[in-house]
Design a protein around this ligand. Sequence first.
Ligand SMILES: [Zn+2]
Ligand SMILES: [Zn+2]
Length: 259
Amino acid sequence: MFVDSHCHLDRLKQGPQALAETLDFARTRGVEHFLCVCVSVKDYDSMLDTVAQFDDVSVSCGVHPLHQDDACTYEELLEKAQRDEVVAIGETGLDYFYSPESKEVQLTSFIDHIKVANETRKPLIIHTRDAREDTINLLRTHKAPHTVGVLHCFTESLEMAQAAIDMGFYISISGIVTFNSADELREVVKAVPLERLLIETDSPWLAPVPHRGKQNQPGYVVEVAEFIAELKGVSVAELARITTENFYTLFSRAKMQAA
Ligand SMILES: [Zn+2]
Ligand SMILES: [Zn+2]
């Protein structure tokens, strides 16, 4: 059974009615759990409303680095993030590729999220693009020894992956790994131990081959898994088993909710 460790179910174009069908499609393909990732604390309550009826969906809370127009205070973030249903903090992080001009607010927001993760003892979901040094340095400086997390939709260097793994982090791979242009990422995936890998769709964005151009959906995490299994030289069943186990180890509250 597969887990989609990172999707944005409140951002699918079809709306709530089609969401039930979208999740059913994923379930028929063997996807047993979905982590719906928050990008704006202001939208947290409506996101929760959208997915609350589904027992196999868990949620995170945070402000995406590219959504700083929706920035919130440390107290607002903590108030929502400490709620029982929240299994992780994020997505947070740094993106200097799309928004170098908002660097300062991104840094402040990222530090707030790390502190909230320390305080709530919940794992971090980190988005990082063209900000390798700052991402690793801020984690080293601000995170408590017990705080762990994931670098999601990873597209950076093996060196960065290794630095994160050394801090107890996981590396999550999206459908980008199937793209023609992703040779470097494929080398990273080959080198990262299976015990440190998660899989995700990041839907509705980044549909994997052969679905490029369509809206992405959680069911397509199977294509991501198949591709990585081939790269790693293991069966799809084995890849699914290990990445699912990794998911519940990192997001232990999702496991408690599923039980
Ligand atoms: Zn992201
Ligand atoms: Zn995301």
